[in-house]
Design a protein around this ligand. Structure first.
Ligand SMILES: [Zn+2]
Length: 68
């Protein structure tokens, strides 16, 4: 079983202990993720993208036409 552990920034005491997710495109630590709502005929989705390079990191998968 995989343990899920929350990595909160305030828990880090040393700057080197801060483990923020890294953007796969610009390889910078992600400080902020931008979110944009997409409305389509399959329903509402959210697009997430890096605040630094604006490349898309992912889409939310909501219950829709072909997603369970
Ligand atoms: Zn980026």
């Amino acid at each position: 079983m995989i343990k899920l552990e929350e990595q909160a920034e305030e828990k880090a005491l040393q700057p080197s202990d801060i483990k923020n997710p890294i953007c796969p495109f610009c390889l910078k630590e992600i400080q902020k993720i931008y979110m944009r709502e997409i409305k389509g005929y399959l329903g509402k989705r959210y697009l997430y993208y890096c605040s630094d390079c604006l490349k898309v990191l992912g889409l939310s998968h909501r219950k829709g036409f072909w997603m369970g």
